[in-house]
Design a protein around this ligand. Sequence first.
Ligand SMILES: CC(C)(COP(=O)(O)OP(=O)(O)OC[C@H]1O[C@@H](n2cnc3c(N)ncnc32)[C@H](O)[C@@H]1OP(=O)(O)O)[C@@H](O)C(=O)NCCC(=O)NCCS
Ligand SMILES: [Zn+2]
Length: 323
Amino acid sequence: MSSKVKRTYASRSDQFKTDTPTPLPSPFSSASSGKRKWPFDELHSQVASAKRVKGSNSKLKSKQKTLKQLHFCIDQSTVRTCTACKLTYTKGAEDDEALHRAHCARVQRGMEWGKEEERDKASAGVKEIPNRVKLKDGKKGRVICVDATVGGKIGSKLSTLLDTINVALSASALSPEALRASKAYLFLLPAITPNKEKIVGCILAQRIENAMMIASPSSYGSENDATPSSRPLVTVDDSSGLFCYPELLPTALGISRIFVTSAQRRKGIASCLLSAAARTFVHGCVLDPKDGQIAFSQTTGDGLALMKNWGQGGVRIYDEDHC
Ligand SMILES: CC(C)(COP(=O)(O)OP(=O)(O)OC[C@H]1O[C@@H](n2cnc3c(N)ncnc32)[C@H](O)[C@@H]1OP(=O)(O)O)[C@@H](O)C(=O)NCCC(=O)NCCS
Ligand SMILES: [Zn+2]
């Protein structure tokens, strides 16, 4: 499974880097090799020399400045975790707040798909998946598909979207190799602004070789329980108690990322994207999750519920870094 990272843009890719000023050396730091004089030390030496002066030459007394005790107040409360997008950021730090605002809007309402994207569609090889989709709330949307390594304007939009999803899932970025084997399926809904749509759902579907079958709850117990193959079960997720049989079985399609904006969940968007990938990923062959032809690499609580519902227990698990 992908290694977990903190939900913050601290380790963000270059496009998120901003010109933050170099931090001032901390008076508490002991990292410097040569002995530097910090303001704190200077303050102490001023106090010491002031004392010496006081004892030896009282004529200078009137010239002395009154020294004040300084207090350092380290306020932990400036670090916030947003309840809407779960991002941790520093309140009061302009760059951090701006990054959070942009991330939060993308997580809740999605990114825009407008005229420029429509214009570049053909050159970017964007394919429309037939059938307009009616959601549970009656709204109609459409699904498009594009190679994950697409360039140009659509490529940079997709890479921002994938960064947002990675932060939201606390997942690391996919390797270039995995991206080359992937297609992105996007769900577009008409926006309030005329002639514009919002990307409200995205899945990344990847060609894979093999995956593991999820162990039935009756096989659960200790990790050393014997499986039908007499080998220990593989722990996928301790917290949700998800285990797999260790055998790697031939599997055609892996879903490495799946995300629906928080304002549009439980309307059937993820299921619709998964079905579109199952129908179209392999040309001329419809894949069936019930037969174990599709696997997931990420396993959040929401994702597991979706996986069970959509895959009817047949979805497998794969390691996106070694597949
Ligand atoms: C997981 C996620 C993609 C589901 O998207 P969605 O569009 O809401 O899913 P669907 O509407 O197609 O759900 C289909 C069914 O799956 C199950 N399901 C989906 N999300 C669920 C949830 N949060 N809790 C319980 N059941 C859920 C339900 O049975 C649902 O049918 P119902 O709404 O009629 O009960 C979305 O919640 C999400 O983006 N979460 C954050 C990112 C994430 O966790 N990704 C998964 C990585 S594995
Ligand atoms: Zn937020």
